[in-house]
Ligand binder design. Structure first.
Ligand code: FES
Ligand code: FES
Length: 158
């Protein structure tokens, strides 16, 4: 099936298998390997991307469903310098092994777009769909609370 999708501000076009998942399209067809696969069960959130501005688990979406959509992956978050949310993760050491980090960062951007002044409880609730196998939630939550105080934390390059 034919697919036209804007990914990180660039229009991409081509034929894909109807059963191809968006996460595999991003990683294997476009080479955007920042979006990770961490489970087979739609539960880990390592594959989280923004889909028309909303966070989605890209392993739960078919590539063809993205026809005409705007998708942002972690690679598209910054245009040069780190995005404020990435910067906050860096400053607060919001990671251990880092495998979940791209999904956490994308979930955090989405969360902050919905609630610009979240409480710690709001952040923990907002991250429920993202699992960290290192269980380092304390610094991840701290990072997102710090990001909420940074200008531009909800902005995504067009
Ligand atoms: S790989 Fe998508 S939720 Fe785990
Ligand atoms: S930092 Fe290792 S999975 Fe989250």
């Amino acid at each position: 099936m034919h697919l036209t999708v804007t990914v990180n501000g660039e229009q991409r076009e081509g034929d894909v298998e109807p059963r191809l998942l968006l996460v595999h399209y991003l990683r294997d067809v476009l080479g955007l390997t920042g979006t990770n696969v961490g489970c087979d069960t739609s539960s880990c959130g390592a594959c989280t991307v923004l889909f028309d501005g909303e966070s989605v688990k890209s392993c739960t979406v078919l590539a063809v469903q993205a026809d005409g959509a705007v998708v942002t992956t972690v690679e598209g978050l910054s245009s040069g310098d780190l995005h404020p949310v990435q910067q906050a993760f860096r400053e607060n050491h919001g990671l251990q092994c880092g495998y979940c980090t791209p999904g956490m960062v994308m979930a955090a951007v989405s969360l902050l777009r919905e609630n610009q002044a979240p409480s710690e409880a709001d952040v923990r609730e907002g991250l429920e769909g993202n699992l960290c196998r290192c269980t380092g939630y304390h610094n991840i939550v701290k990072s997102i609370l710090a990001a909420a105080r940074m200008p531009g934390a909800t902005e995504v390059p067009a």
